[in-house]
Ligand binder design. Structure first.
Ligand SMILES: Nc1ncnc2c1ncn2[C@@H]1O[C@H](COP(=O)(O)OP(=O)(O)OP(=O)(O)O)[C@@H](O)[C@H]1O
Ligand SMILES: [Mg+2]
Length: 453
């Protein structure tokens, strides 16, 4: 403690009583001896008081410093050392205030952290933008979706225009962006200006929702309607054409009439098949969220319907090889739909397989690493399917060779139906094909859960 300050405080305390004593001696109201003793006592007392005062005020300064640094233990220690009662009371008040402030700061910090966690874990990518429109923060979804490409996303003219509108008008602004990097995708950006700005200086947020799937579904739906109408229009146009011919030029030509009626019946059957398949597909789709619960013995179904293929096998001089494992575990399945899968796959093997070749139908237990269940497979030794077609084979109306499929009465819906049945059964369809060697369709079906008590 600086001595000058100590003396200054002592002088401030003692100056008035000492002056009074000197005045009393000067006017003769007090004897010099006792007055000098009084002065000595006052000076000694003032020195002691000044010592306590300066020490305690220095401790108060230390207390405030501890409060600022949030050091509760050191603060309590310094407060306990204060001697002068008014300063001790002040120290206790500071201690209480410091505790309240620390509590509030902890609460605010917790709230901030909770908000940040929510933002970070939002499933949609979210960017917090600084006033210069650079990224102040990006949540986990944004980092995962765009990574190092975030600045490129922010440079997108559509997003920049939405930001301009948001700053000009306030309120959320939406922009649809087509992003070519890192993978082509369709993103819907919702931009909002933050008023007041965030504590970290963020002035706007951009939520970037990936809409690629929805857009693909929309496109697929539109394609589906176009494809279905096209598939119906072709036989319908042919029917109308023949009706006109029968009414006009061929009105009296009996042999031509017989031939045309045969073709017309074929076209009408084709339309009928197409409509049946479409209805079937939509029925399966409607029940897709509801997996079947019935325990079904797949082996029995295979054995039962194998005989029904005989006439068609004979027509193409093909043979059927059956491999049904003994004691197959039952699967949770819809027997009619499993039958439909077999029908569609064997039908394809018969239509596109090698004339005089073999169709192998197997139902065997799934082998690890596949989960427990049964694998139902249909394989042929036909011309196979080129690799580039495999991913699209289960799309509705997708045909490798349209002409050949049509000529054999195909609607292009058989494998789409198989895929939807597989997905309703929570199963897995795999297609393996080698050109010139043949194709194998395999459907893994999960084992039925053991019966309840
Ligand atoms: N075993 C196979 N070998 C070679 N190509 C096949 C085989 N199975 C299917 N394909 C090809 O996949 C396409 C789609 O098959 P899908 O069963 O969905 O339709 P489709 O047989 O043409 O008509 P549908 O089954 O509705 O009568 C077929 O057109 C054919 O080109
Ligand atoms: Mg088919």
């Amino acid at each position: 403690m600086p001595p000058g300050r100590l003396l200054g405080v002592a002088a401030a305390i003692a100056c008035l009583p000492v002056l009074v004593l000197i005045l009393l001696v000067a006017t003769g109201a007090a004897a010099p001896g006792p007055a000098l003793t009084g002065v000595a006592v006052v000076v000694a007392g003032a020195l002691l008081l000044a010592l306590a005062w300066t020490r305690d005020t220095a401790r108060l300064v230390a207390i405030l410093r501890h409060a600022e640094r949030n050091e509760p233990l050191a603060l309590a220690h310094a407060a306990a050392a204060i001697r002068l009662p008014p300063l001790a009371r002040l120290a206790r008040a500071i201690e209480r205030l410091a505790r309240t402030l620390a509590h509030r700061a902890a609460e605010a910090e917790q709230r901030l952290r909770a908000t940040e966690t929510i933002l970070d874990r939002l499933p949609d990518p979210l960017l917090v933008l600084a006033p210069d429109r650079s990224v102040r923060r990006a949540n986990a979804a944004a980092r995962a979706a765009f990574g190092a490409d975030i600045p490129a996303v922010l440079r997108h003219p559509g997003l920049r225009a939405a930001l301009d509108r948001a700053f000009a008008k306030g309120g959320p602004q939406i922009a649809d962006l087509s992003l070519p990097v890192p993978v082509p995708r369709e993103v819907q950006a919702t931009v909002m200006v933050l008023d007041p700005p965030l504590a970290d200086g963020g002035v706007a947020i951009a939520v970037l929702s990936d809409r690629s799937r929805e857009r693909a579904v929309e496109r697929m739906r539109a394609d589906f309607v176009a494809n279905a109408s096209h598939e119906l229009r072709t036989p319908l146009a042919s029917l109308i054409g023949f009706i006109d011919t029968l009414r006009g030029p061929a009105a009296d030509d009996k042999p031509a009439q017989k031939r045309f009626l045969g073709i017309m019946a074929e076209q009408a059957q084709r339309m009928n098949r197409l409509i049946d398949d479409l209805l079937n597909l939509s029925r399966i789709e409607l029940s897709e969220h509801q997996p079947p619960a019935e325990a079904v013995a797949i082996g029995e179904i295979v054995q039962r319907i194998a005989a029904s293929f005989e006439p068609r096998l004979a027509a193409r001089r093909m043979r059927l090889e059956l491999d049904v494992a003994e004691g197959l575990a039952p699967v949770a399945a819809d027997a009619d739909q499993i039958e439909q899968v077999l029908q569609n796959l064997v039908d394809n093997a018969l239509k596109y397989g090698r004339e005089g070749g073999a169709v192998r139908v197997a139902a065997v237990p799934a082998r690890p690493p596949a989960r427990p269940g049964v694998v139902l497979s249909v394989a042929d030794d036909g011309p196979g399917i080129a690799r580039e077609h495999l991913p699209r084979l289960t799309e509705r109306f997708y045909r490798v060779d349209k002409g050949r499929s049509r000529e054999r009465g195909g609607t292009g819906l058989g494998l789409a139906i198989v895929k939807h049945i597989a997905s309703r059964h929570r199963g897995q369809l795999t297609i393996e094909s080698e050109e010139g060697k043949g194709t194998t369709f395999a459907l893994w079906l999960p084992a039925a859960p053991p019966p309840g008590p």
